[in-house]
Design a protein around this ligand. Structure first.
Ligand SMILES: Cc1cc2nc3c(=O)[nH]c(=O)nc-3n(C[C@H](O)[C@H](O)[C@H](O)COP(=O)(O)OP(=O)(O)OC[C@H]3O[C@@H](n4cnc5c(N)ncnc54)[C@H](O)[C@@H]3O)c2cc1C
Length: 445
């Protein structure tokens, strides 16, 4: 798998595997940004925390992020305002704005060197400015001092750009490795089964009062039913040398829009979003390269990689109780490609809930919230998509099926991986599991 620039310039963590049965107050499944931040906050509150990681710290989707820490999540505020009113939009904005401050505070308190930098975040369009004007208004109602402009650093004309001031960026793996230093993390310890309070790996169990699923896509199907409430979307990143150094970062809202941020001497271009497993008609890397060649003719590619994230039908993460049937299980997922701030939001909510604070039902992130009309449409569309993809199983030519729920897999020639169009699990060309919700290699069926 191609390495991200973060992996290229940091040494991978090495922790022991869980080799015996142990007890803890809290067992967290997954050592990505969500799991490590939750572990850090809960340990600070005096809980005895154990984190189980199938591979290595940060080796999931966090390795592939572009690491912008922002409350500007595409056109989220117009959507939130429409579906949840000003109170819902305000709650989302303040949770994510506080998350940026929380990163800064932790980095300061723990003396973490991770290239943290305050800057502005921009949405931009080359089409009608109307949607950005609406978003500016909704963001202002939500308490964000958003500003419309046409002046941006990128060498392209835009019809409008929307600035959120005082956002941030960092090096995600430098941060994650430093923050996890004092945490008990077992690597190469994939959770294979959970019974009540007992979390089982291949070589040992953790008995815990509370269990947190921070494993990206929850792999337990029932209860919770997250497989019916999430799908995954994949995006592609190109790192360029000799392009330009941006002070701020940019996210294109048009259907072919790209994102840009600088990281050291690299300029990152990302986009080419598609539903995981949906198949590609054109190479996203080639399209990114063509754009780069027009904007910065002297630039050359120093790295490329891809990653994917879980999408919920209303665009809001699921953070809180996993299911009413499992009162001691918690979940943090559905970050919609905004998992840096959302992981911090999760860590705060989960540590409040487990410590006995926090209003569960009124929380906009509550995983068992009722679906608004827009989310219901998304939910039904997702269900139909899954049924359509699943039905291909009846056609004999589709031989490779996912070990999660048996959906037929598609081949992604760009990445040389098998991908599940239903829930987004990935396998390499030899059938080894890359990422879930599937938890088994193809040949283990
Ligand atoms: C191209 C791209 C760019 C992005 N850029 C941004 C950005 O600029 N800003 C932003 O806010 N967000 C961004 N995101 C989103 C962000 O990267 C993710 O939301 C975030 O990294 C998810 O973190 P996580 O901890 O939930 O998941 P992960 O990092 O995937 O961590 C989950 C961990 O759980 C482990 N695991 C899985 N199953 C098991 C098991 N059974 N037992 C034990 N461990 C298990 C996995 O190995 C993994 O390490 C981007 C996403 C993409 C695709």
């Amino acid at each position: 798998m191609p390495k991200s620039i973060w992996e290229k310039n940091t040494a991978m963590s090495e922790r022991n595997r869980l080799e015996k049965d142990i007890k803890a107050d809290i067992c967290i499944i997954g050592a990505g940004m969500a799991g490590i931040l939750a572990g850090y906050m809960l340990q600070k509150r005096g809980f005895d925390v154990v984190i189980l990681e199938a591979e290595h710290i940060g080796s999931g989707q966090t390795r592939g992020t572009t690491a912008k820490i922002t409350s500007q999540h595409g056109l989220i505020y117009s959507r939130l305002y429409k579906n949840f009113g000003s109170a819902g939009a305000w709650q989302y904005a303040s949770a994510n704005e506080s998350a940026i401050d929380a990163y800064e505070q932790i980095i300061h308190e723990e003396h973490i060197s991770c290239d943290f930098k305050r800057c502005a975040s921009y949405l931009y369009t080359q089409k009608s400015p109307e949607s950005l004007e609406k978003e500016a208004e909704a963001a202002r109602i939500s308490g964000i001092p958003a500003r419309l402009t046409k002046e941006i650093e990128l060498p392209m004309d835009v019809s409008a750009a929307l600035e959120f001031p005082n956002q941030a960026s960092f090096h995600p793996l430098k941060f994650l490795y430093a923050l996890s230093e004092n945490l008990t993390v077992f690597e190469n310890s994939r959770v294979v089964d959970i019974h009540g309070r007992s979390v089982k790996t291949g070589h040992g169990k953790v008995w815990a009062k509370y269990i947190i699923f921070a494993c990206h896509f929850p792999f337990v199907n029932i209860p919770g039913y997250y497989f019916m409430r999430l799908y995954q979307e994949r995006s592609y990143v190109l790192a360029l040398k000799q392009a330009m150094k941006l002070e701020n970062y940019y996210y294109g809202i048009d259907s072919d829009g790209l994102s840009f941020r600088s990281a050291g001497n690299d300029l990152l271009i990302s986009g080419g979003n598609h539903r995981a497993g949906a198949g590609l008609s054109e190479s996203p890397y080639r399209l990114h390269s063509e754009t780069a060649a027009k904007l910065w003719p002297d630039a050359f590619t120093s790295a490329h990689w891809s990653a994917q994230d879980c999408m919920s039908p209303d665009g809001i993460p699921y953070i809180g109780h996993f299911s009413k049937k499992k009162p001691n299980w918690y979940v943090a997922t559905g970050f919609g490609k905004w998992g840096m701030s959302s992981s911090m939001v999760s860590a705060k909510i989960l540590s409040n809930l487990i410590s006995g604070h926090g209003d569960i039902q009124r929380d906009i992130f509550y995983p068992q919230r009722e679906l608004c009309a827009e989310a219901m449409t998304g939910y039904l569309k997702n269900g139909l998509h899954t049924v359509k993809d699943f039905s291909k199983y009846l056609i004999p030519k589709h031989r490779k099926v996912c070990t999660h729920l048996g959906c037929p897999l598609t081949w992604n020639p760009e990445e040389e991986t098998y991908e599940c169009p239903c829930h987004g699990s990935r396998f390499d060309s030899e059938g080894h599991l890359i990422s879930g919700p599937a938890q088994k290699n193809l040949h283990c069926q």
